[in-house]
Design a protein around this ligand. Structure first.
Ligand SMILES: Nc1nc2c(ncn2[C@@H]2O[C@H](COP(=O)(O)OP(=O)(O)O)[C@@H](O)[C@H]2O)c(=O)[nH]1
Ligand SMILES: [Mg+2]
Length: 301
């Protein structure tokens, strides 16, 4: 699925609203309309206010006389909000120990699915990958991960249900180092701030990884479900207190009209957005790029 298609619900409301608007009057009325559209797409108050204030400035300086220029100005404003968080995940080659990606997030956000997609992408780029099945909390979790691993041709280290995820992570790290595997992705159980036990477990997994390699995890990726709207910001803050997040993957963009979430995340958190999930298939994971995202959002239907 292409990004434009993946963003169809957000585009249907936001993009189409803008296209309509650009075809008509312009002026202060148009800016107010843009404000409503941004808020409606969950872009958040801060990002929306910044965009709208800049557009009003340009309006006052009579820089937005025709619809074409309003569209260009809006495009530039949207890109400038996303640019600071538009840094791809780069995995260096030729390391002695595996590059460790720790994947965290609330249950059901799409961690395991994202890991499966990421495995497939990395394999397609010729990288060697292994996975640690750190979600020992749910019975179905291991089977799901094993199936993804098989599809992507990636070994999965696991223990029995109810086992110790930190021990699984450690075993997977040792195996990966012994085999010269380039990338180890560590899956974890969904955690909520209310589940103190699971949060402690996550701390322990981090400790074990750091003991193995003080520079690891090299990427601590939070997976957020775009359909949860502003609640995702709360989740990010909570996870950040346990592990210093270095990247975000926003899943289920295909299932929401609130794709404006990325602007709220960029403005409020500033954590790089690495990937966008746009479906349940192996190929439905897109690297995040500010201009590419905005152009898909503003594309004509
Ligand atoms: N439509 C859609 N569904 C997704 C996406 N990512 C994950 N899912 C679905 O979300 C559900 C939960 O995913 P899972 O990976 O098990 O979440 P986890 O509990 O965080 O590991 C599954 O049904 C996935 O197929 C996405 O980008 N788009
Ligand atoms: Mg899972």
């Amino acid at each position: 699925m292409g990004l434009k298609e993946g963003l169809r619900r957000t585009r249907a409301r936001f993009g189409a609203g803008l296209a309509r608007l650009v075809g008509t009057a312009g002026g202060e009325g148009a800016v107010e309309e843009i404000e409503d559209l941004l808020l409606g797409a969950d872009a958040g108050v801060e990002a929306t206010e910044r965009i709208v204030a800049n557009l009003r400035d340009r309006l006052r300086r009579r820089e937005l006389n025709d619809p074409e220029r309003l569209r260009d100005a809006l495009r530039a404003e949207l890109i400038s909000i996303l640019e600071p968080v538009s840094t791809p995940l780069v995995i260096p080659r030729g390391r002695d120990t595996p590059f460790v990606i720790l994947v965290v997030g609330v249950n059901g956000t799409g961690k395991t699915t994202t890991i499966g997609k990421l495995c497939a992408q990395l394999r397609a780029q010729g990288r060697s990958v292994a996975v640690a099945a750190g979600d020992t909390f749910r019975a179905a979790a291991l089977a799901q991960l094993a199936a993804w691993g098989e599809r992507a041709g990636v070994p999965v280290t696991a223990s029995s249900e109810g086992g110790d995820p930190a021990a699984v992570a450690f075993e997977a790290l040792e195996k990966a180092r012994a085999r010269g595997t380039e990338v180890l992705i560590v899956d974890t159980a969904g955690r909520l701030h209310t589940q103190a036990h699971l949060m402690d477990q996550l701390r322990k997994v981090c400790r074990v990884i750091r003991k193995f390699d003080p520079s690891a995890p090299h990427e601590a990726m939070l997976v957020l479900d775009a359909t949860t709207g502003q609640n995702a910001l709360t989740q990010a803050t909570e996870f950040h207190q346990i592990v210093a997040l270095t990247g975000i993957t926003l899943t289920k963009m295909d299932g929401t009209a609130k794709g404006g979430m990325v602007f709220a995340l960029a403005e409020r958190l500033g954590t790089p957005i690495r990937f966008i999930g746009i479906g349940e298939g192996l190929e439905d994971l897109q690297g995040f790029d500010a201009a590419g995202f905005v152009d898909a959002l503003l594309a004509e239907p």
